[in-house]
Design a protein around this ligand. Structure first.
Ligand code: ZN
Length: 284
């Protein structure tokens, strides 16, 4: 099942149209997507058995670009992982980490999948990322049990202002990655059951139509289940929390010369089975 936030209302995305969850279920399920997160199995079962008629007919590719799409969740905690793809670690000249390198993005940086990207400086960079949406309370979960605590997955960008990221010593990531709209997510949540292995998905960033990142989540140093187990050994993970799982090679900073985003650029990010998000850079 795919679940979108359309104008603040939980909406099931079928192949050929949309179902407004609260309306079609006569209020049995909430219009709040955050509340639906706790009932995804029930909602999925209802959708399969009731087979509600479409609220609106629209092709899925067209709907993905709808400007009314909001962020799929409103997270309390956002974890992000640095240098989690082997080929990205290599392009930065860093060693492959021996344990996950964790930082945060602040929740106010999260936005809908197709919102514009205000460019705050001269070194704004793109980072395509698989985003994990936590579906349960998890503390000290094992690697084997970790995926059972995932609600679903979506596409994300971990936009980063590199000058801010590296201006101090030691570098700090969290503010540099938390400017307005630096965390677009979507276009919708795809439930975990639909994605048997989150570590075999192609992941691509195109800037103005040119492919800049083209990899596969199989290149992750620490796969999704290991990240969840590691984080939950310290922090309690809660329903709706997000994990930005790292970016593959091809970021602008690692190019010669570096390629940074400027107003007018169009950034299109796709992950196999999860969809596509689109941001246009604008002057702040
Ligand atoms: Zn990142």
């Amino acid at each position: 099942m795919r679940l979108a936030n359309l104008d603040g209302r939980a909406t099931i995305v079928a192949n050929d149209g949309l179902v407004d969850v609260a309306g079609a279920s006569n209020g049995a399920f909430s219009a709040s997507i955050d509340k639906c997160l706790g009932q995804l199995d029930k909602l999925d079962a209802w959708y399969r058995s009731a087979q509600p008629s479409l609220t609106q007919n629209v092709a899925i590719e067209e709907f993905a670009l709808d400007p009314r799409l909001g962020p799929v969740v409103n997270p309390r905690q956002i974890f992000a992982i640095g240098l989690n793809y082997r080929n990205h670690a290599a392009e930065t000249g860093a060693e492959v980490p021996k344990q996950p390198m964790v930082f945060t993005k602040f929740p106010s940086s999260i936005c809908g999948p197709n919102e514009s990207l205000p460019i705050p400086g001269a070194s704004t960079d793109y980072e395509a990322e698989l985003v994990v949406i936590i579906g349960a309370t998890l503390r000290e979960v094992s690697v084997d049990d970790a995926i059972a605590g995932v609600a679903g997955y979506c596409v994300g960008q971990d936009y980063s202002e590199r000058e801010w990221q590296y201006r101090g010593s030691p570098p700090q990531f969290s503010l540099a990655k938390s400017f307005k709209n630096f965390g677009p997510i979507g276009p919708w949540l795809t439930t975990a059951q639909e994605i048997p292995n989150p570590n075999e998905l192609s992941i691509v960033t195109r800037v103005n139509g040119e492919t800049m990142q083209d990899s596969n989540t199989s290149d992750m140093v620490f796969p999704v289940a290991e990240l969840i187990a590691y984080l939950s050994s310290v922090c309690e993970l809660r329903r709706g929390d997000l994990i930005f799982t790292g970016t593959p090679e091809g970021v602008g900073r690692a190019r010669t010369p570096p390629l940074y985003l400027k107003p007018g650029d169009e950034i299109v990010t796709s992950i196999e089975h999860l969809g596509t998000i689109r941001n246009v850079a604008v002057a702040p």
